[in-house]
Design a protein around this ligand. Sequence first.
Ligand code: SF4
Length: 335
Amino acid sequence: MSGLLSPRPALWWRREGRAVRCLLCPHLCLLEEEERGFCGVRLHKTGGGLVSLNDEVLLAMAVDAVEKKPLYHWRPGTRILSLGTGGCNLACPFCQNHALSQWSGLPPGEPFAVKSIADELRRRNLDAVAFTYNEPLIWYEFVLEACREMRAQQVATVLVTNGQILPGPRDLLIPHVNAANVDVKAFSEEVYGRLGGELRSTLRFVEALRENNIHVEVTHLVVPGLTDDEAAFRKLVHWLASLDDSIPLHLSRYFPRHLWREPPTSPERLRNLGAIAAESLRRVYLGNLPGESRTICLHCGHDIVVRREYDVVAMELDASGKCLHCGTPSDIRLR
Ligand code: SF4
């Protein structure tokens, strides 16, 4: 039976008269019977309350370099099982992955249960799994169960997320996660409003990860005409630096996708913004550009990780993560 045919009862909702209110993300959708939320994957099922439609629906599975998430300071040079389903609680017109994010619920074939993750990991000799490709926070029940189960099996879990979630579900999930890359779209509530979200939810998500000592890196996709405003970008940088100036920031080059037709971000624009970020942050990376990227030891200045595209081609760290040149502990987690 398909996941679509056997939806899972959802967590985080309440009844309001004949309707139900979803309490998972800032949209707080109020749904009449047989109505789906903004994300398209949570449904008020007549007589059944709120259900998740994408629960065991696996639409994408691959083995990726962890650098592709992107995570540059967490287990560099390792590979990770990457899983995705459909749906998103934002509606970015420039979505780089819209085939999944705009999924409208086609029959998925065989269900993919949480216990299948362990089988896939064993078969590929991997010990980490990422929930990625679409928005994992609106795959909530599956991801929460998977993160708990993987923790019990000493498998690491990663979220690649927009951080749009309410505090209750956020605080239940975060302690079971090992690392995350959070996409901060723009440092502007006005721009977030155009995308169908709220900036403060994403900021609080990053802050909550830090408070729980979860490894976090931040991505900012530079979309010409929408998320490339320099004043807003400076605010993003200052906020991140106020948390910790060594949180990695990935500035990513946009390419025309979905509904946004502006030409790709120019490499020069990306480098300019990178230089602004580097005035306040110690770990700034430019993504979707060809060539090498380097992480240096903050003490002696030697390269400690060198990457070519997504491949780590040199790593000058000992087994405990100290610089091989000067012995100073690095800000890179090897385990
Ligand atoms: S998770 Fe989906 S249904 Fe729930 S509030 Fe957010 S957009 Fe609405």
